[in-house]
Design a protein around this ligand. Structure first.
Ligand SMILES: Nc1ncnc2c1ncn2[C@@H]1O[C@H](COP(=O)(O)OP(=O)(O)OP(=O)(O)O)[C@@H](O)[C@H]1O
Length: 260
């Protein structure tokens, strides 16, 4: 029976499609796009069934819908497609690995371990004084697009500098600080805001921006809430709220150790 003949290439094909669907689902999980995705998935299943049953009229109508549908999907999923490509780009950042800069500058991504303690202890102090802060630590991707939205600083990490940036009357306290290769690269940076609907109801734009940057890049971020003084950590579009100083330090150390 030729109907059940399965070649190796068919298995590879199935695994590839499953992998793509898994990634797409992971990317849009928790956003309104997941409902559209399920709708499209159901439509494709229905279309394949019509084709298998060789129903001419319904098949012809659905064929036309599918042709237009591809363009419609690109328009509807534009932010998700953009996010997916950005994520791919930042994970396999070939440009950074082979840049001329990397020959001269220490190219160790993330943060050096001895600089994590002062950073975390700054967060603890900001938390005690209920000073709002948003700090992004880059990993593979340098986030230059976002660095450009703020003021370039390029200074060694120091408690005094971080505290004066987030001091309420400082012109740089609005927006995010970006730490890149163990340096405070920029302050006052504007980040993409997450559309995730699973975020706690009481958090606002600072937390959404902290989550947003970790959804579209491989960076991690820390928030100190101005309202409650609570410290939170974000990685891969996931948030860990109300952390103690030790828990926050552990999260940062782990995320720097796991740079792929
Ligand atoms: N897109 C963004 N990129 C960077 N920073 C942002 C962005 N949106 C808001 N912020 C920062 O968040 C601040 C507003 O925080 P908001 O009170 O809305 O958030 P929150 O999550 O409730 O934080 P908090 O608990 O500190 O009040 C702004 O003053 C600004 O500094």
């Amino acid at each position: 029976m030729t109907f059940l003949e399965i070649r190796l290439i068919d298995l590879i094909d199935i695994v590839l499609v499953a992998w793509l669907l898994y990634w797409l689902y992971k990317l849009i999980k928790g956003t309104v796009a997941v409902n559209i995705f399920i709708g499209i998935f159901a439509f494709i299943l229905f279309w394949l069934m019509i084709k298998a049953l060789n129903m001419q009229l319904s098949g012809a109508i659905l064929d036309n819908l599918v042709n237009v549908g591809v363009i419609a999907i690109i328009i509807v999923f534009q932010p998700e497609i953009r996010r997916f490509l950005l994520l791919l780009g930042s994970k396999y950042n070939i440009g950074n690995r082979f840049s001329v800069d990397s020959l001269f500058v220490s190219s160790s991504p993330g943060m050096l371990s001895f600089q994590i303690k002062p950073l975390v202890s700054t967060c603890e102090e900001l938390s005690r004084s209920k000073t709002g802060a948003l700090i992004v630590i880059t990993r593979r991707s340098e986030l230059l697009d976002y660095v450009e939205t703020g003021e370039l600083i390029n200074a060694v990490i120091s408690k005094t500098l971080l505290k004066s940036i987030f001091f309420k009357n400082s012109p740089l306290h609005d927006g995010a600080v970006i730490i890149n290769q163990s340096k405070i690269k920029a302050a006052g940076c504007i980040l993409p805001v997450s559309q995730n609907m699973d975020l706690p109801k009481n958090v606002g734009l600072r937390h959404r921006a902290a989550m947003g940057i970790t959804e579209s890049t491989d960076a991690v971020s820390i928030v100190v809430s101005e309202e409650t003084g609570r410290m939170s950590f974000f990685v891969g579009g996931k948030g860990y709220y109300n952390l103690s100083t030790e828990e926050l330090e552990k999260k940062v150390v782990e995320s720097m150790a796991n740079i792929k």
